[in-house]
Design a protein around this ligand. Structure first.
Ligand SMILES: [Cu+2]
Length: 194
């Protein structure tokens, strides 16, 4: 009778230990910041919408959202830039925050076109473009996917990833920024980085 219980009891004890270990490591992992900043972002040298040089050094001193897209984009880019504008509006005109809208389509997105385009949104959003190879280098460090899709000649579209990167005051990648929430909630999430 007693012997028949040994195996179930061992299983039960092992099960409890495993659950305990899982809970321990899961809870412990939550309290440790994931060191993702080492793998996303890095030096870049591009041109802003006023034709001036802009580099990773310009990211320091304030939190910056970075979003990659193109001015001919019919939906994702204008929607995202509008959402960022609303978040900035909630933070207030004096909030020291910025956003970079980096073109994945520098062949068409000249600084002048970028300037005209971002003028539709919050003025803390800066249009960024540059030579194709410099853009490609930045896409690589941010692991952004972008490629030409349908269309011919100059009337093509671009498929591109739509992650919004939040860089902290030191210019390091902090987190992917969630815009799938109200502007008030998003502003609340951004405020600790100011
Ligand atoms: Cu887009």
């Amino acid at each position: 009778m007693q012997r028949r219980l040994i195996i179930p009891v061992i299983c039960l004890v092992l099960g409890v230990l495993m659950l305990g270990a899982t809970a321990f490591f899961t809870l412990r992992d939550r309290s440790v910041p994931v060191p993702m900043n080492a793998s996303i972002g890095g030096p870049f040298a591009l041109i802003d919408h006023d034709g001036r040089a802009i580099t990773h050094r310009d990211l320091t001193g304030k939190p910056t959202l970075i979003f990659f897209g193109f001015t001919h984009c019919p939906d994702v880019c204008p929607t995202t830039l509008m959402e960022i504008s609303k978040v900035f509006e909630v933070l207030g005109v004096k909030a020291n925050v910025a956003a970079l809208f980096v073109s994945v389509d520098p062949e068409r997105d000249t600084p002048a076109l970028m300037k005209d385009y971002v003028s539709n949104f919050d003025k803390r959003i800066v249009g960024v473009t540059g030579p194709r190879e410099s853009i490609d280098a930045m896409l690589k460090t941010f692991r952004v996917f972008a490629r030409k899709s349908k269309g011919e000649g100059d009337s093509y579209s671009m498929d591109h990833s739509s992650i919004v990167y939040l860089m902290d005051k030191q210019g390091r990648f902090a987190t992917a920024f969630n815009l799938q929430q109200s502007p008030e909630q998003a502003a609340k999430a951004l405020r600790p980085y100011l």
